[in-house]
Design a protein around this ligand. Sequence first.
Ligand SMILES: Cc1cc2nc3c(=O)[nH]c(=O)nc-3n(C[C@H](O)[C@H](O)[C@H](O)COP(=O)(O)OP(=O)(O)OC[C@H]3O[C@@H](n4cnc5c(N)ncnc54)[C@H](O)[C@@H]3O)c2cc1C
Length: 318
Amino acid sequence: MNSGGFATRGAPGGASVRPAGGTRQKSVSFEFFPPKTEKMEAALWESVERLEPLSPTFVSVTYGAGGSTRERTLATVKKIAAETTMPVAAHLTCVAATKDEVDSAARSFLDAGINHIVALRGDPPEGDSKYTPHPGGYDCAASLVEGLRRIGDFEISVAAYPEVHPDAASAEADLDNLKRKVDAGATRAITQFFFSNDTFLRFLDRARAAGIDIPIIPGIMPVTNFKNVRRFAGMCGAVVPQWLADRFEGLDDDPETRSLIAATTAVEQCLDLHEAGVDGFHFYTLNRANLSYAICHMLGVRPQDEAIDAGLQLSMAS
Ligand SMILES: Cc1cc2nc3c(=O)[nH]c(=O)nc-3n(C[C@H](O)[C@H](O)[C@H](O)COP(=O)(O)OP(=O)(O)OC[C@H]3O[C@@H](n4cnc5c(N)ncnc54)[C@H](O)[C@@H]3O)c2cc1C
């Protein structure tokens, strides 16, 4: 049995210049998906309310395959913007839509006061193995970023792939593609989830060496349903290490223990990344707040009031 874990095997090339972790502040952001049913809607709002006190840098709402959630994504980001203090971003993809249709979705976000877009190409519709741009549509995320820049003064986040996107001809081509998105106007990259911090840190070094200087925020997937994560990882090219499989072995019918292991594993991953100089973390919440909340608590990311109280008590005691 290999208990494994995240400890980085020494700093990869150039990583030694990173400051040691410890007292530096950590920042977090959370990703939600637009709910389909009333029950899912209730779960989402419970999560939003639970995570809001942690003052995330931003929260984002995904855009379903083929633009299928356009209205629900818009309704969800609007409601988050209206009812919470959290900055909110809307995901937007190029799939199955003309440029005019995508531009009009972007304008409706802007009209609703949402000026942060996570700009994505999107995946081929189910059943198609290869991505084919819609005739008259944006062919890739870099073109979408260019299009958005023409429409308004958006803050634009894009996707990055420490383990290389399955469609990329090579790791270099994938990095060139990220550079194209940055040159087109992206201001932040958020990565696909990964379970090898060494791989992420090496990717960060290569991106910096290629002149990509925007923040690159690691996407953290707290694993509760190991089978689902393994299936999804297979589709997006993320490697699932044996030590992670070992941790979940024999727990198919024990969700409570799986949750505890999920939180511990994600905290371990974030602390190891923080030690290597990474301060921001983007959590794929899957609309379930409890895990992300517990992970943030263990990382020292606390509700603002609590943090202020703790600071006051400290200063009164000294
Ligand atoms: C943080 C994050 C959030 C996401 N949110 C969503 C979401 O809300 N909805 C959704 O449907 N999907 C989402 N995805 C998944 C994403 O849509 C897929 O990974 C998709 O396959 C690629 O999107 P992209 O924006 O990275 O594409 P791109 O950056 O356009 O690139 C995709 C791949 O194609 C290659 N490529 C692009 N252009 C060219 C070119 N001209 N010539 C050769 N190769 C090229 C690139 O190298 C890259 O490997 C998300 C992914 C991440 C990491």
